[in-house]
Design a protein around this ligand. Structure first.
Ligand code: ATP
Ligand code: MG
Length: 390
């Protein structure tokens, strides 16, 4: 138990009156994400969150890795416990931060004293430890104004702590602090990234996948569940709604003009997603659409697609380049799964000449051949829900 983790909160601290509820949400998310790694004490002091193992059985390395993916944290560091004698602190700092001290051109020591009965003041501790470190690392100068490296020392009741170098956290806001949304999750590269981006803004997601068995295989469904599993590292547990889409697609294919197929299909996706959103208290729909990427992603096509729903449609990738999207997909770990070669329902009946500048009147006229409400209800009735744990 000579190690603990310190977390710096991100935008949460800016939230004024909501701050406390954001903080509670973040701590609850942290506790949930540490499940299975041992007993931890999680508490906050002045916008730093402390994660302390309650026994030596806690897996601190894995805890640190998991916490790197919790939204609402901008930086993480580990801290090593040592004796409270000044020389023990110096020795611990020299050992724990030796490499960082060698690399930095300048440093300072900053001390916090929770044990107010400690015989030295914070400033005295900083001066002493700083002086000793300066002797041991002669190439690293003391600079109290703009140091490259700050060595944090904390004097607590039972021991002192020296903080290790900070690493970047996931940023964003705690999942659940900003409402809920339905995210349309295909097996492609884009929608896992759009889901991640909206989750990062503190939104709890309900992924919906449209499944066209047997035109798309069980493997295609497994792939989407695998992607959802990767996303749980970031979002926490998810329940994926698998909507049977085959009958709807067959109806459109047999009764509507071929060049409108994709657009009419996408309108069904939106309607069904909105119904799922309504019954789960969601306030928006999220898609991985990207301006101009394919025929159904022109501005006119987007207008027609969202005309049949009233919830806002969030498209976080709309202005990004493919390579920017791919960079994020690689970062968050979804890319390798996304490029596995299984069909998506969108590619099953792709028209040879899809309409890129549709007008609503022709779409409505084509849809008049279908019993839209009955098809939507039937799909919802047969929707399967799959729970995914991190
Ligand atoms: P992606 O890489 O996310 O599949 P894409 O570039 O292939 O996107 P489209 O196939 O036109 O683009 O789909 C646009 C968006 O519609 C997707 O990003 C996703 O949000 C949603 N979508 C497409 N197919 C499905 C599906 N089978 N189930 C759920 N959502 C889907
Ligand atoms: Mg796709």
């Amino acid at each position: 138990m000579n190690d603990m983790i310190l977390l710096k909160q991100g935008e949460v601290v800016l939230k004024g009156l909501n701050r406390r509820s954001f903080e509670m949400k973040l701590m609850a998310n942290i506790r949930r994400r540490l499940r299975g790694l041992g007993e931890f004490r999680v508490y906050t002091v002045q916008s730093t969150i402390y994660v302390e193992p309650e026994s030596d059985a806690c897996d601190m390395d894995e805890a640190f890795e998991r916490l790197k993916k919790v939204f609402g944290i901008i930086s993480l560091s580990r801290a090593m416990a040592c004796g409270k004698e000044p020389d023990a602190i110096v020795a611990a700092a020299a050992e724990y931060l030796g490499e960082a001290m060698e690399e930095a051109k300048s440093f300072k020591v900053e001390t916090r004293r929770a044990d107010k009965s400690f015989p030295m003041t914070s400033i005295q501790v900083s001066q002493y430890v700083g002086g000793e470190l300066a002797d041991r690392f002669p190439d690293t100068k003391v600079d109290v104004h703009e140091p490259e490296l700050t060595v944090h020392v904390e004097i607590r009741d039972y021991s002192a702590y020296v903080h290790g170098p900070a690493v970047r956290g996931a940023g964003g806001m705690p999942v659940g602090s900003n409402g809920r949304a339905v995210t349309l999750l295909s097996g492609g590269i884009d929608s896992p990234v759009s889901s991640y981006m909206i989750a990062k803004r503190g939104v709890q997601l309900i992924p919906v996948h449209f499944f066209s068995f047997p035109y798309t295989s069980e493997l295609a469904k497994e792939k989407v569940l695998d992607l959802a599993k990767i996303l749980t590292d970031w979002c926490g547990r998810l329940t994926v709604e698998i909507v049977p889409f085959t009958h709807i697609q067959e109806e459109i294919r047999s009764k509507c003009p071929e060049e409108l197929f994709t657009l009419i299909m996408r309108r069904f996706m939106m309607r069904i997603s909105q119904k799922i959103a309504d019954s789960n208290g969601c306030s928006a729909l999220v898609t991985g659409e990207n301006l101009g990427q394919v025929a159904s992603q022109t501005m006119q096509a987007m207008a027609v697609t969202e005309e049949c729903v009233s919830l806002p449609v969030l498209r976080p990738l709309v202005g990004m380049d493919k390579r920017e999207i791919i960079a994020i997909a690689r970062d968050i770990g979804t890319f390798d799964t996304s490029i596995l070669p299984y069909e998506d329902c969108c590619t099953v009946f792709t028209p040879r000449h899809p309409r890129t500048k549709p007008n609503l009147a022709e779409i409505l006229e084509a849809e008049a051949a279908l019993d839209v409400d009955a098809l939507v209800d039937e799909a919802l009735k047969n929707t399967e829900r799959v729970k995914i744990q991190p």
